[in-house]
Design a protein around this ligand. Structure first.
Ligand code: ADQ
Length: 480
């Protein structure tokens, strides 16, 4: 079996082998089994970029943790990755904060990472790069002479050509993607968006359903919808601790149903719209007074970026307004928890909630939707309400699919979910669970690695001689 080299923005913690579920765990298992490397930023904000990374050995795996300076972190991570690419790829041009120094920092860090990783690579390694922080990594590795197979997986959406074209670096980003051997997306829509871009603005020639030829190289562009450890998560959901059990019993006695939402506090998750929809439900159905609560768990992330502190303030005001209007001394309709909850607690909380309310305005996949379904009791399952703009909606057809911009539609669907007959809930859940068991994390991992391992096409030496496509170049024009 060939060694596996995982590269992600933040290097995973390989010490713990006991945690269940979680994407990093699945990837860590794969790299442990094959042997190899996990490379990424060490997570600290006060290092010196380019200093020797810390290498720790765990069995057959080297964990390589690279330091970053405060300036680079600000320009590469908070800047280009999270103030340009994240909003742009989530179709939020209004929130893009483009600055040339962000892009320069992004290139600088990717180039440094490539230089630091290259000496550890072996000729037969399979290299798998994750997410939008690292789009140009392959270009810089190729420039250093790396001929290994390199794959890229984008966890977030990929925007249509017109939106991508708003970025001054769109052509460099796409060129950089094509320096990989395999480019993986979450959905058909994302694959289609890159294909449309290539058809209209690029010299790459499509030579099969999912293959493109560039010079004498071939690049596979395909959809690999990410899954969860379905069986493991279901098992965890059955183990409620005492506090969760008491909460469940209390609600049972009061005949009170619970709607649950769990998201990082991010503007892409549609949280204000979701709270408004809950408010609309209470307004339109006074009979639901004291019969339903909405629990929204939303831990803070990326608070250094302005757009994130704005959304936090908006949500606090909204939660206060809804409770102020509807609450009674013995009923708080909306509970908003602004912190992480351990997965062992989260899973039984999903199971004890009659509605999973997952309504991002745009999302690569959305694992919460999958976790909610996996956690349900098949005999008495809850109902998933899912945004049509979550990648998961391509697979989870039996959820109640909503338009997250349409508050009335969401309120109607909430009512439908809360009053859905048992037989219909069971039927929908069984179909959803079957999909999740089939397309779980293992299937995703195996599927991507099989394609990455596929026969190496004739790699262009031309591709190695020419300068890396990912070099700052302000002369590019947006597509017409
Ligand atoms: P995220 O945007 O982080 O991931 P998501 O897919 O929902 O979104 O994954 C979040 C994970 O964090 C879930 O496993 C969830 O249980 C956990 N989580 C969220 N809130 C939590 C809390 N309060 N306490 C504890 N755990 C919490 C990105 C993309 C997604 C894509 C994933 C994986 O944005 O679209 O599905 O990567 O590819």
């Amino acid at each position: 079996m060939r060694r596996l080299v995982i590269v992600s923005n933040r290097v995973a913690d390989l010490r713990s082998t006991t945690q269940t579920g979680g994407l990093a765990v699945g990837l860590a298992d794969a790299v442990r089994e094959r042997g190899g490397i996990w490379f990424g930023w060490n997570g600290e904000a006060d290092g010196t970029t380019g200093d020797a990374p810390q290498v720790e050995r765990f069995g057959k795996v080297d964990r390589i943790a690279a330091p970053l300076s405060a300036k680079d972190l600000s320009e590469y991570y908070y800047g280009y990755s999270n103030s340009v690419l994240w909003p742009l790829f989530h179709y939020r041009l209004d929130l893009v904060n483009y600055r040339q120094e962000f892009f320069d920092g992004y290139c600088r860090v990717n180039e440094t990472f490539a230089r630091q990783l290259a000496p550890f690579l072996q000729p037969d390694d399979l290299i798998w790069v994750h997410d939008y922080h690292l789009v140009p990594l392959a270009s810089f590795l190729r420039r250093l002479g790396c001929k290994q197979r390199i794959g890229f997986f984008l966890h977030i959406p990929f925007p249509p050509p017109d939106l991508l074209g708003a970025s001054p670096n769109h052509a460099q980003l796409v060129d950089a993607l094509l320096d990989y051997d395999v480019v993986g997306f979450q959905t058909r829509t994302d694959v289609g968006n890159l294909k449309h871009y290539l058809a209209d603005h690029h010299a790459a020639v499509q030579i099969g359903r999912n293959r493109f030829s560039i010079g004498s190289r071939t690049v596979v562009v395909d959809r690999f919808p990410i899954g969860i450890d379905t069986a493991g998560f279901a098992a965890m959901a059955r183990q409620a601790d005492e506090a969760v059990q008491i909460d469940l019993m209390r609600r049972k006695i009061l005949g009170r149903k619970q709607i649950i939402g769990v998201d990082r506090l991010d503007y892409s998750k549609g949280l204000p719209e979701r709270m408004r929809a809950f408010g609309r439900l209470l307004e339109q159905h006074p009979e639901l007074e004291k019969a339903v609560t909405f629990l929204q768990i939303a831990p803070p992330t990326r608070e250094e970026v302005d757009a994130y502190s704005d959304i936090r303030q908006e949500l606090e005001a909204l939660a206060g307004a809804i409770n102020g209007r509807f609450a009674d001394f013995n009923w708080t309709p909306l509970r908003y928890i602004h912190r992480m909850v351990p997965r062992e607690k989260l899973a039984p909380l999903y199971r004890g909630s009659q509605v999973g309310f997952v309504t991002p305005l745009r999302d690569g996949m959305n694992l919460v939707a999958k976790e909610y379904v996996a956690a349900q009791d098949p005999e008495d399952p809850g109902v998933l309400i899912l945004s049509k703009f979550a990648g998961a909606a391509e697979e989870l057809r039996q959820a109640l699919i909503v338009n997250p911009y349409d508050i009335d539609d969401m309120a109607r669907r909430l009512y439908q979910a809360l009053t859905m007959p048992l037989k219909e809930r069971q039927r929908r859940h069984a179909a959803l669970l079957e999909t999740l068991l089939r397309n779980d994390a293992k299937a995703w991992l195996g599927g991507f690695l099989a394609v990455l391992e596929g026969k190496p096409g004739s790699r262009s030496t031309e591709g190695l001689k020419r300068p890396a496509s990912f070099l700052p170049d302000s002369s590019q024009q947006p597509p017409a």
